[in-house]
Design a binder for this molecule. Structure first.
Ligand code: 2RA
Length: 335
């Protein structure tokens, strides 16, 4: 398998390489791709130093799969060029997610929609992935009517410069500002850019992507996305109203039995999900489960996941694994 990682030197790109190694993904030839300024640099993969190449070179090498994490503009321009040579692209940007022709996939939920004809596959937004991993089994059992979600998002979601701003503010080194305001000792009600109706793009992604992934436009969802001075992962306070009554112990059992979801919920022992615990793991952690006494058929939950792993790199690699395991990759078969 020839596999390209586009954006190999970025935060998510580096985690993709790590996850590919951890999961022994069947890579015979890794093709790390980055911008002009990274040409000549090398990345380490499976104990080898591999030179970074430019996009044009990578396309000529005709990779079977290309994992993109290089921003929407790069993906818009180059994903179709890879597709033309038969590469299957799994893209982590928002560029293709709402295109009706492009599948938006969380493997545990809807990988079965994938066919060999899908040459560009969209990886959902990190805050969406952890949310739908929990909503999906509950929607199937109790039919979700409405979701109200407030996110508390890690600076790693913005990237290296945001992490450097936080670290700089903590050690008092007067860092370059990535955010419009200090993030240390602060909370910014502003993730991504503001769009119509006073919502940010991040908040609209949660609504639109959730409905597409669950294939259920009847779900009403409103979100408020907040940036907080946290490194290890995104946290979400979620209020879910169902169209029918639910049994709390059954709801817990459903989540406990959902692959990729881990219940962490015992107030007596202060057991609940936290980013410092979720960091570096691939599961989605859920706790603080409690009936909303202010409204019938409604439950409150707290959901935490490492936004660079299950929220990005691991989900993308799991999509690639599904393609390989189901012989959906052109000119490649495991047997
Ligand atoms: C963020 N979800 O956290 C967005 C993109 N990674 O900023």
């Amino acid at each position: 398998m020839k596999l390209a990682v586009v954006g190999a030197t970025g935060m998510v790109g580096r985690v993709i390489l790590k996850v590919l190694e951890e999961r022994n993904f069947p890579v015979d030839e890794l093709i790390p791709v980055a911008s002009e300024r990274s040409v000549g640099k090398k990345v380490e993969f499976n104990g080898k130093e591999i030179s970074i190449v430019l996009m044009e070179t990578a396309i000529k090498m005709q990779p079977n799969i290309a994992l993109f994490s290089a921003g929407g503009d790069t993906s818009k321009q180059w994903a179709p060029e890879f597709a033309k040579v038969g590469t299957t692209v799994i893209d982590n940007s928002s560029a293709w997610r709402m295109n009706p022709e492009i599948p938006l996939v969380v493997p545990e939920i809807n990988a079965d929609i994938l066919t060999p004809d899908h040459k560009i596959i969209a990886n959902p937004n990190c805050s969406t992935i952890q949310l739908v991993m929990v909503l999906n089994p509950l929607n199937k059992r109790y039919d979700i009517k409405r979701v109200v979600v407030s996110t508390y998002q890690s600076v790693t979601g913005t990237g290296k410069e945001a992490v450097e701003q936080l670290e700089g503010e903590i050690n008092g080194s007067n860092p370059k500002m990535k955010y419009p305001y200090p993030i240390f000792k602060n909370a910014l009600p502003h993730c991504d850019v503001f769009e119509e109706g006073g919502y940010t793009k991040e908040e609209l992604k949660l609504t639109r992507e959730t409905q597409k992934i669950l294939d259920d436009r009847t779900i009403a969802l409103t979100a408020t996305a907040i940036r907080v001075p946290v490194q290890g992962g995104h946290s979400e306070s979620v209020n879910v109203e169902f169209n029918q009554a639910f049994d709390e112990s059954e709801l817990r059992k459903i989540l406990h039995e959902t692959p990729g979801v881990v219940l962490q919920d015992n107030p007596e022992t202060n057991t609940y999900p936290m980013p410092i615990y979720a960091e570096g793991k691939d599961d989605v952690f859920v706790g603080r489960i409690r009936r909303d006494f202010s409204q019938d058929n409604t439950v409150n939950m707290w959901i935490v996941a490492d936004n660079l792993r299950k929220g990005a790199a691991t989900n993308a690699v799991q999509i690639a694994e599904y393609l390989v395991q189901n012989n959906l990759v052109k000119n490649f078969s495991l047997v």
